[in-house]
Ligand binder design. Structure first.
Ligand code: IVH
Length: 693
């Protein structure tokens, strides 16, 4: 078809189409290389690129000098010094057929170009990973890294030496047997774990997240401030040699030998790089790597095949901007376009509400994806994802699929902005976002079916109600069997029902019932901690009970009342208050009490009223009248704080025998020093006369 049309004049429609493609591609190139803000997934770009290439090969007059097909892409930012590459940084031809036929076609082409007869033995290839980062050229003179440059337009790149020096894996100095001049090419990338951690940090700081590891790496490399680059962990793999001058010893004759040499000089070379034979070897490699792709520590978008023998490479030579001897064989893309059909709210086991985009099914990174996380309210707003939008979805490795950005050009009208619901979609309890947190959480806790299992297991745990034998597995079994819906149901279980469960012996059933029975004689602080109120840990539960004395008082306390408790700030106060304000929670507590859960109330104690409130004591040396722990407990019971180090704020230092540096420090700071008799007086509430202000 293309041969037939090669000499015909293009129709007006074809001319318009070519112009549109050219403009689109140039805009995408600009967004990708200059703004670091890709507007379409790679696969979409490749498709448009291939369409233009096809049109240009059909009608030679369409090959304008500014065609994006003639450029490697990219631009040189004025902010950086430009570097003219002494050896052009080439691109490689892409085999878009992701099946094994892609490898077969390449091998057939090589054999044909080399005019090998059918009987000739298989060609040796080096098969490598195609790292999804950005190409980098590293120049060493006299063994020292003197320049690191991006590809730019292939002929001229940007000098990013200051940032590349921060990449730990890149040698700054080579061993003494290195040649006088060495220019190495490779890929700077960001490992997936580093990328996830970086985005997590960005999210927490309320900053913009990066769309993918490649983009994050490109952004880091092109920072003007190398401190920023240094804070974004980058890695490197070497994959080619560009220049060598003054090589000592024998000259490698194959690409693989060169890679081994680079490794000896200290460059990271990926361990999956291998020599394979003929098309069978290539196909096998393609399949083996595909099976490992998700488990790799970094993104790859394919594999690269290179003719191993340097002599054969020379014979094959180059076509325009690509070496004839190499090809990239792609895998299914990890980013695709699809549309958002709805935005649902998922409730996690700990009550976290996550907005999730429901997508028109799309094949990404080897699987069909229908859901993608939007993380939290701020993230959903920042990306401004709306129902009906066309979005780029990314799925790489085992990471959950994610919406990376909206294709605004394709938005239809003005769909409403996304807003986070104020009620839990599962249990209708109030959803709250505490100050300083990114997530909304359901305040339903124990009464929310989504959180049931986690909450019940927490209630039963050792530091809470300590119900022996009721672990996470059994809780799951009880909930899944429909026997337990809430905490109260635990106390409605009987041995016969339990014994009917799979893998449950009679004896275990009876033991569990006995443990449940025993747990009814509870302690209020443990019970309170067991309710799993966010931010109410063991210490806070104790402090609340000490302050209020009984559950009713805690339940009816206002946030202001709660905030009066020692160590309870506004966030904790709001969390506790919201929990007890929910009707279902109050009902559940009544049920538990009706089923026999009980405890002894204590006399409310306002910390401020305690005799040693505001007093800080440091114990040092060996005490003969008191054990150290007893002394500490007795002081704390009176409201004192017992600290391990002496400062100006210390009220007293109690010095026993052989007291050392703490005593010296107390003397130096003028802190009152007590002996054991002084301690006794303190515990009796008798303050020594010289109590400091
Ligand atoms: S070789 C002369 N090998 O893919 C051949 N390139 O279009 C020069 N890439 O952006 C490239 N992994 O940065 C080669 N193992 C590999 C590669 C690789 C990734 C990138 C390269 C460039 C693109 C090639």
């Amino acid at each position: 078809m293309s041969d037939l049309l090669a000499n015909a004049a293009p129709s007006a429609a074809v001319l318009v189409h070519a112009t549109q493609l050219r403009q689109q591609l140039l805009a995408h190139q600009h967004a990708y290389h200059v703004l670091d803000e890709p507007t379409v997934p790679d696969a979409e770009y490749d498709k448009l690129f291939a369409q233009l290439q096809q049109l240009e090969s059909n009608y030679s007059e369409l090959r304008t000098p500014d065609s994006p097909t003639l450029r490697v892409g990219g631009a040189v930012l004025p902010a950086f010094q430009s570097v003219a590459h002494k050896v052009a940084m080439l691109s490689i031809r892409t085999e878009t057929d992701t099946t094994s036929q892609g490898a077969q076609a390449y091998d057939a082409r090589m054999r044909k170009e080399l005019e090998l007869p059918e009987s000739a033995p298989a060609i040796d290839y080096v098969a490598e990973l195609k790292f999804d980062g950005l190409a980098m050229s590293l120049r060493y003179e006299a063994g020292v890294l003197v320049c690191a440059a991006t590809r730019g337009d292939g002929a001229v790149g940007e000098d990013v030496t200051h940032n590349v020096r921060t990449i730990g894996q890149i040698p700054l100095r080579l061993p003494s047997d290195a040649p006088q001049v060495l220019e190495v090419r490779g890929e700077v990338y960001m490992a997936r774990a580093d990328f996830e951690a970086l985005n997590e940090r960005q999210r927490e700081a309320g900053d913009k997240t990066f769309v993918n590891p490649r983009n994050a790496a490109a952004g880091a490399v092109r920072q003007l401030d190398s401190n920023i680059a240094a804070s974004r962990p980058l890695s490197f793999f070497a994959y080619a040699l560009a220049t060598v001058d003054g090589l000592k010893g024998t000259v490698p004759t194959s690409h693989f030998e060169w890679l081994q040499q680079l490794k000896r000089w200290g460059f990271p070379v990926n361990t999956l790089t291998q020599v394979v034979q003929g098309s069978a070897g290539l196909i096998d490699y393609h399949q083996r790597v595909a099976a490992q792709r998700d488990a790799l520590a970094f993104d790859i978008d394919g594999v690269v095949y290179k003719v191993n023998d340097i002599g054969l490479q020379r014979r094959l030579g180059f076509v325009s901007r690509e070496p004839r001897w190499a090809v990239a064989h792609k895998y299914p893309a990890q980013e695709q376009l699809t549309t958002v059909e709805a935005i649902d709210i998922q409730v996690g086991r700990t009550g976290k509400l996550t907005p999730v985009a429901k997508l028109a099914p799309v094949f990404v990174g080897g699987v069909t994806v229908t859901n993608a996380t939007l993380h939290n309210e701020d993230e959903a707003r920042r990306k401004d994802v709306r129902v009906g939008d066309t979005v780029i979805v990314r799925r790489a490795g085992d990471v959950i699929p994610e919406v990376v950005s909206v294709v605004l050009d394709k938005r239809d009208g003005t769909p409403p902005q996304f807003t986070m619901p104020r009620a839990c979609p599962v249990c209708a309890s109030e959803a709250i976002r505490l100050e300083g947190e990114a997530d909304y959480r359901c305040s339903g806790g124990l009464v929310c079916p989504a959180q049931r299992k986690e909450a019940i297991a927490h209630f039963a745990s050792r530091k809470a109600m300590d119900i022996d034998g009721l672990g996470v597995k059994l809780v799951e079994q009880l909930v899944d069997a429909g026997l337990v819906h809430n905490l109260a149901d635990l106390y409605r279980l009987d041995a016969a029902t339990l014994a009917g469960l799979p893998r449950m012996a009679d004896k275990s059933a009876h033991n569990l019932i006995a443990a449940l029975q025993a747990s009814k004689a509870a302690q209020l602080p443990r019970f309170l901690f067991g309710l799993g109120i966010r931010h109410v840990g063991e210490a806070t539960a104790k402090a609340l009970v000490k302050h209020f004395g009984n559950l009713d008082a805690i339940m009816n306390a206002s946030t202001d009342d709660l905030a009066l408790v020692a160590d309870v700030g506004p966030v904790v106060a709001l969390s506790a208050h919201t929990f007890f304000a929910q009707q279902p929670q109050r009902e559940m507590l009544t049920q538990l009490i009706n089923l026999g859960v009980h405890w002894d109330d204590v006399a409310p104690q306002n910390a401020q009223d305690l005799p040693l409130f505001g007093v800080t004591v440091v114990l040092t040396g060996s005490l003969t009248l008191y054990g150290r722990d007893d002394a500490k407990a007795a002081l704390e019971a009176l409201g004192a704080k017992v600290s391990g180090s002496v400062s100006k704020k210390t009220s007293y230092v109690v010095a026993g025998e052989a007291a050392g540096s703490k005593l010296d420090k107390a003397t130096a700071l003028g802190v009152t020093v007590l002996d054991e008799a002084g301690l006794t007086a303190l515990l009796g509430g008798l303050h020594p006369p010289q109590r400091p202000q």
